[in-house]
Design a protein around this ligand. Structure first.
Ligand SMILES: C[S@@+](CC[C@H](N)C(=O)[O-])C[C@H]1O[C@@H](n2cnc3c(N)ncnc32)[C@H](O)[C@@H]1O
Length: 355
């Protein structure tokens, strides 16, 4: 019982933290769902039972978002009409009593769905990050104008691996496929990026848990992690997921270190190889980071003007916590900051290649 009480208290704190985060991120509906989850901890219903049995640290494991994912999934599937009705109005604040009842009914009627969601890490693939990565690929290509070979690690469903299939507006400048159903428009500050004729000759991605958006259930799961009130994000997800499913982009299930050791073993003459990632580095184990470093270093040492290598990433700076787009280029191994960006790519403050 003491243990259960401790777990409930830890969950209460973690869910409260998420309520605050939702307020800061302008997500009032998801905040209201998290508040309903806190109220559920006062009772002895299914949500309280799930929390009592959850063995990980609820904040670090984002338990509230695992539960929100299950609820969004069930709402979209329409299994609990009261819940579906509330989610259909996700732009408005839900009635707390109606929400509490709908959450309790969903958890009571669909324990398997909840067990499945609670047992897995929240996994998203934010396609808007291409707004920050695409100009990085273009800058890399401006230095070495060769066909690109894009190698993305932690690629999730591969949405950012298809960065060249979208249309972009970078401030007043445009780049990409005019016919693309996905038009990415970050708030852009600074000069435009290089807008060269970059083409992708080859692409490959890896992830420890790749999502296959060609599979209806996996697609519904991936979609359920997008917050219900974020209509624009949901629209972008649908457009990108439709493209990914049609184009047959596949992400290989393999550790990033092993993937890079294999893919970088030999230089590709006449191609610009770019290793890319966004919001992945913090999740890599020390062993994987070491294998990653070794693979990059030895490939960098072999790189020449006919087979250059770039390392492009959108990751938080560990000291300032700013999300930075950085590029290291070989031959030479010069590392530059290209931009500071919003963690999801909503805005980009472009600095470019200037030293
Ligand atoms: C926060 S997500 C970011 C996904 C995607 N890059 C994006 O920006 O939307 C981190 C991803 O890294 C993957 N990942 C974690 N450790 C990994 C590893 N050792 N090798 C490959 N992928 C890994 C996770 O499975 C997850 O899909």
């Amino acid at each position: 019982m003491t243990d259960e009480r401790t777990r409930r208290e830890a969950a209460r704190e973690a869910f409260s933290f998420q309520v605050k985060a939702c307020a800061e991120l302008d997500a009032p509906f998801t905040g209201a769902v998290c508040a309903a989850l806190i109220r559920a901890l006062d009772g002895e219903g299914e949500i309280a039972r799930i929390v009592d049995g959850f063995e990980l640290e609820p904040l670090a494991a984002a338990l509230s978002l695992r539960l929100c994912g299950a609820l969004h999934f069930l709402a979209r599937r329409g299994d609990v009409p009261a819940l579906a009705g509330l989610y259909a109005q996700a732009g408005a604040a839900p009635d707390p009593a109606a929400l509490d009842a709908a959450v309790a009914e969903a958890a009571r009627r669909f324990p398997k769905v909840f067990a499945d969601y609670v047992g897995r890490a929240v996994q998203t693939n934010e396609v808007m990050r291409s707004s920050a990565l695409a100009p990085g690929y273009l800058a890399t290509h401006a230095v070495h104008p060769l066909p690109l070979r894009c190698l993305e690690i932690g690629a999730s469903a591969g949405l950012n691996l298809a960065w060249d299939r979208y249309r972009y507006s970078f401030g007043g400048a445009s780049w990409g496929r005019p016919e693309s159903p996905l038009h990415l428009v970050p708030r852009w500050e600074g000069p435009p990026p290089p807008l060269g004729d970059a083409t992708v000759a080859e692409r490959a991605g890896c992830d420890l848990a790749p999502m296959d958006l060609g599979d209806a259930e996996e697609r519904a799961r991936a979609r359920s992690y997008v917050w219900a009130e974020q209509a624009e994000r949901l629209g972008r997800f649908d457009a990108a997921a439709g493209l990914a499913a049609r184009s047959g982009i596949r992400v290989e299930k393999i550790d990033a270190g092993k993937f890079l050791a294999r893919e970088l073993a030999r230089p590709r003459d006449g191609q610009l190889t770019v290793v890319a990632h966004s919001v992945v580095y913090q999740y890599l184990s020390p062993e994987t980071r070491e294998a990653f470093r070794r693979a990059l270093e030895s490939a960098g040492a072999r790189a020449d003007a006919r087979s250059p290598l770039g390392w492009l990433r959108l990751e938080p700076n560990p000291e300032t916590f700013d999300f930075e787009v950085r590029l290291t280029l070989w031959p030479g191994g010069v590392d530059r900051r290209l931009a500071v960006a919003h963690p999801h790519g909503a805005w980009v403050r472009w600095e470019g290649l200037a030293p």
